[in-house]
Design a protein around this ligand. Structure first.
Ligand SMILES: [Zn+2]
Length: 397
């Protein structure tokens, strides 16, 4: 390059730096904007020294685009296959004539022995799913939970008895559990237009039927507590709330605390019914709360679908919690995506450190392995599910 060109470039860079410095330098004590110790920096600036905030000289990338690559060099233990056979108790995938062979090949490669479809429906739709599974040569690899009558919509007097009778029929037809979707208890309306609380006495016969039939009820309550908070710059799930309109629970009257209290009351009122609190009851970021829930309710287990981002950010506490409550936790994944299961094995089984999660909008932070002992892994992966779900295969593990 010609010297005159270099001089020109360096001159224009100096001019830019000078202009930016003038724009951001304020008051005595150096560059930036002064703040009190502990006070938050103004928008667009970041803390550079005690009591001083500065705006970047280069316009910052959006958080959507900022994906820094870690330079950490550390051991990696990547395995597509779980260490022990797995029951995915929280799936929404079941086999069809077109997919059954592919699913079996994928499940074998991951060491998933049973895929439990929580979207079984009820009545004829459910029976058809079970009948198809039984017609294949993989009848012990797929199971189905029922969903109650008509999605618990328009509940009125007499609904509970009809729904309980429907559940009995669905279990006769091969359902091995009942799944309650998050809408039930949160925003589904009764016939009279009011919100159907999960504690509504009309639903009592359903919970009692499940206890009598000895099938577990997996219940998804609410949404992560952050979805009920203002989507400001302090909300850990800002990106997710910005992406998905239907997750903006902060727009509704119902609070997370109300839903959790109603859920806990349900567990207390039906001690003979086995409940699985899906997604760790949204307590994977607070093991004190998770432990309190389990201690108060011997009829409750937790299931770990879609909360890996919380387990993996406090791996030592998670390790200790899983060891203490090793009989009370089940494996689940929710979305069936073969490329994502390996992240679960890595967090649960390994000592790996500071690795990426698979979805930025869930977690922009890194994950760490929990290093669970083998006997705990066996319980989480299948033994606990088999114990509380009589319809799962008992032998061959
Ligand atoms: Zn689900």
């Amino acid at each position: 390059m010609r010297p005159s060109f270099l001089r020109r470039v360096s001159l224009s860079v100096s001019v830019v730096v000078l202009v930016v410095a003038m724009a951001t330098a304020q008051g005595p004590g150096g560059r930036g904007i002064p703040v009190q110790v502990g006070e938050e920096c103004p928008p667009g600036t970041t803390l550079i020294r005690v009591g001083r905030c500065l705006a970047p000289e280069v316009s910052p990338p959006s958080i959507v685009d900022y994906r820094p690559e870690s330079t950490l060099v550390s051991e990696e233990h990547l395995s597509p296959k779980a260490k022990f056979p797995v029951i995915d108790i929280h799936s929404h995938t079941g086999p069809t004539p077109e997919t059954v062979d592919r699913l079996i090949a994928e499940m074998d490669a991951m060491n998933i022995r049973v895929l439990n479809n929580l979207s079984g429906g009820f009545g004829d739709a459910l029976k058809q799913k079970v009948d198809f599974i039984r017609s294949t040569s993989h009848a012990d690899r797929f199971t189905v939970f029922a969903n109650g009558l008509d999605g618990f919509r328009d509940v009125e007097t007499g609904y509970g008895m009809r729904a309980a009778a429907q559940l009995e029929e669905d279990v006769r037809n091969g359902a091995i559990g009942l799944k309650i979707f998050k809408q039930t208890g949160m925003d589904t309306l009764k016939k009279d237009g009011t919100r159907l609380k999960i504690t509504d006495p009309e639903l009592g016969p359903v919970w009692d039927a499940a206890g009598r039939l000895e099938i577990p009820v997996i219940i998804h309550t609410g949404e992560p507590p952050e979805f009920f908070e203002d989507p400001d710059m302090h909300n850990e799930r800002w990106l997710e709330l910005a992406l998905f309109p239907n997750r903006r629970q902060y727009l509704n009257e119902t609070t997370w605390e109300m839903l959790a209290a109603e859920r806990d009351a349900l567990f207390q009122r039906h001690p003979q019914t086995q409940f699985i609190s899906a997604h760790f009851g949204w307590h994977a970021n607070d093991f004190g709360a998770a432990g309190a829930l389990l201690d108060a309710n011997p009829n409750v287990t937790l299931e770990l679908a879609a909360i890996l981002y919380d387990l993996g950010r406090h791996p030592r506490a998670a390790h200790d919690f899983f060891v203490k409550y090793q009989d009370r936790i089940l494996f689940g994944k929710d979305t069936y995506a073969p490329s994502e299961f390996a992240y679960y094995w890595r967090v649960l089984e390994t000592t790996d450190e500071y690795f990426d999660y698979y979805r930025n909008y869930h977690a922009f932070w890194k994950l760490y392995g929990m290093d669970l002992p083998d006997d705990v892994l066996r319980k989480i992966y299948h033994e606990n599910a088999v114990r509380i779900t009589p319809g799962l295969p008992e032998s061959g593990w």
